[in-house]
Design a protein around this ligand. Structure first.
Ligand code: F6R
Length: 614
């Protein structure tokens, strides 16, 4: 939540920072702002409530020369999304500019002290205290005149989570950044350097990056970058190469990122499977970092995640229970640790997170590690906090996902969970080698099947346009169709602001059927599998009460057609793998539904892609 960028180099800094903010806008879009250090040594700030386009308009009318700048795109926590609360925030003397991602939990105490000492607060944000603290500690006392030391001393006094990027008008060759709990990456260039919430902030300029650890402070100068801990001791660290380029972070001719990302799903699955097969057709999963003996010793599995990643976790449960005969519990990360779950050395906890930064999932990881469980992160983001704080990390390889609503990352997570399930089964011997090989062959066929389904989306688009005025849509599924029903409903809610709910089809009689009125659209996920006969009964039940039934069915299967007002077809595959196909029409349905309503498909209201507050 919130995107931050800092730049020092020889290019016009405003353009570099605005370009970075455009890429980070998915992290929050309530307001945005920049501060540029002008050639005459003034911090020139512009900020505007609303999407980045508003700031863009403002800065294109204002010359802001300078080669050092910081910028911010906000998801409001403290203070409404107004111009006055937009970052950067300045101190009383306009010598310090601060952008911040996170929440400073003890800001009220700090504000009291600052106000008593004569500072005047000009916003309702927690962030502004940092600007005033820099003003005080840079002008007098033990850290006077030393901006990195000033920032280190302030970090020691802050409680909560933060990434701060700070510039001072007397430091024309220095941007200082600090992080606790939230993401911060350094971009290493030639004669220029960057900081950002993620690598997309600077990918147009450099693909060399360096991660920043907990409670570290970064000094970014034109000639180089120095990272220290809070005692000022320099820390060693390796840079890494980002192996995707700017095209991956651009729309490439699509109207929305989400539509492009939906079409990238065959590749996301292919890349997530890639390199994990041995020559003999079995799996290797060195990323799990567990000895075979430890894998055999696992007694229970917990999967923790939020939102769509939680739905991927539910599918992981079906796979692991079926193939490994291990008990699996799937928990919403926001509830997990408060329930005080019973974990121990023989517990495997799998934390699924696209961003690798979700606060609740991160806290669940910390809790699980505190209880001595072995934690595997399944994440799409190299070097993310969750991957770094887990015992092991398995990367999905979906590439950067920009649209707030997750699509290709989810399909990659489901794939990764199936790989984990098969690997555990292989090592524990609960499935013999031939069966593991055969499941892997089936999985390897999925990218082509996904591509095929994506060529069949025109009727789904037409359907979305037809349904766009429906106030409520229900989704039903059984077995692995149930998490997909939940996912279909979540996508429609978040994108089209329509009341949508997903249910296990068997539950509908226990209450939800009362929601059905003549014409209520009910989407039923009904590919050919063992429970289909029961599902057909459920379709009949809702149809008898006036529902308009939209059924996702397998090619050539006509058992559902008599009860369906609309049939959407998918090719045949093994029952456990059907989610990788049935999810596709639901993604397209929600995107087109939102589009038909004239909504912003990539940036739904009130949301942010990476939820870094609890
Ligand atoms: C829905 C969606 C969210 C995320 C959730 C978890 O489309 O994108 O529900 O799945 O916020 O995010 P990660 O996976 O980054 O932890």
């Amino acid at each position: 939540m919130c995107g931050i960028v800092g730049y020092v180099g020889d290019q016009p800094a405003l353009e570099v920072v605005m370009q970075g903010l455009r890429r980070l806008e998915y992290r929050g879009y309530d307001s945005a702002g920049v501060a540029v250090l002008s050639p005459d040594g003034q911090l020139v700030r512009e900020r505007k409530a609303g999407k980045l386009a508003n700031l863009d308009k403002l800065v294109s009318a204002t010359p802001m020369p300078g080669t050092l700048a910081i910028g911010h795109t906000r998801w409001a926590t403290h203070g409404a999304p107004t111009d006055a609360n937009a970052h950067p925030h300045l101190d009383c003397t306009n010598e310090v500019a601060v952008v911040h991602n996170g929440t400073i939990e003890n800001y009220e105490v700090l504000v009291d002290g600052l106000e008593r000492r004569g500072h005047v607060r000009r916003s309702e944000t927690d962030t502004e205290v940092v600007a005033h603290l820099v003003e005080e500690r840079f002008s007098a006392g033990p850290t006077a005149g030393d901006l990195p030391a000033t920032v280190r001393s302030i970090c020691r006094d802050l409680e909560g989570s933060f990434v701060l990027v700070i510039s001072h008008r007397s430091e024309p060759d220095l941007v200082v950044a600090a992080r606790r709990n939230l993401p911060l990456v350094v971009g290493l260039g030639e004669g220029e350097n960057f900081v950002g919430s993620d690598v997309t902030a600077f990918i147009a300029h450099t693909r060399r990056a360096r991660a920043v650890d907990q409670d570290q402070v970064v000094e970014v100068r034109r000639g180089g970058v120095r990272i220290t801990d809070l005692d000022g001791v320099e820390v060693a660290g390796e840079s890494y190469h980002v192996d995707w380029d700017t095209a991956a972070a651009e729309k490439g001719g699509y109207d929305f990122f989400m539509l492009k990302e939906i079409d990238e799903q065959p590749q996301a699955v292919r890349d997530t499977l890639g390199g994990r097969l041995r020559e003999d057709g079995l799996l290797h999963l060195d990323e799990l970092s567990m000895s075979d003996e430890d894998v055999r010793g696992i007694e229970q599995v917990f999967i923790v995640a939020c939102g769509s990643s939680y739905h991927s976790g539910l599918l992981g449960k079906y796979a692991i229970e079926r193939w490994c005969r291990l008990p699996v519990q799937v928990e919403m990360a926001s509830e997990f640790r408060y329930r005080d779950p019973v974990l121990g050395r023989n517990t495997l906890v799998i934390a699924i997170s696209q961003s690798g930064e979700t606060a609740d999932t991160l806290e669940a990881v910390r809790h699980a590690r505190g209880q001595k469980a072995w934690v595997l992160a399944v994440t799409n983001t190299l070097g993310s906090t969750i991957s770094r704080e887990s015992d092991a990390a398995l990367y999905t390889r979906a590439g950067p996902e920009v649209a707030v609503a997750s699509t290709k990352a989810v399909i990659a997570q489901i794939t990764a969970m199936y790989v984990v399930g098969l690997y555990l089964a292989q090592v524990r011997g609960t499935r013999d080698a031939d069966e593991v090989r055969s499941h892997m062959r089936d999985l390897s066929e999925l990218p082509d099947l996904i591509a095929e389904v994506l060529t069949r989306m025109e009727p789904v688009r037409a359907l979305a346009r037809e349904l766009k005025d429906s106030p409520r849509v229900l989704f039903l599924g059984r077995h692995v169709g149930y998490p997909i029903a939940l996912e279909g409903a979540l996508k429609l809610k978040e994108l089209a602001y329509v009341s949508a709910e997903g249910f296990p089809a068997g539950e509908i009689k226990h209450g939800p059927i009362a929601l059905i009125e003549p014409g209520t659209p009910v989407v039923v996920i009904a590919p050919r599998h063992a429970l289909q006969a029961k599902l057909i009964n459920n379709v009949q039940e809702v149809r008898a009460r006036g529902a308009r039934t939209i059924v996702i069915a397998t090619d050539g299967d006509d058992s559902v057609t008599p009860y369906a007002d609309v049939v959407l077809r998918i090719p045949d595959t093994k029952s456990l793998l059907t989610p990788l196909l049935t999810i596709l029409p639901l993604q397209v349905l929600s995107a087109e539904f939102a589009r038909a309503l004239g909504l912003d498909v990539d940036q739904p209201r009130n949301l942010a892609k990476s939820v870094t507050v609890e």
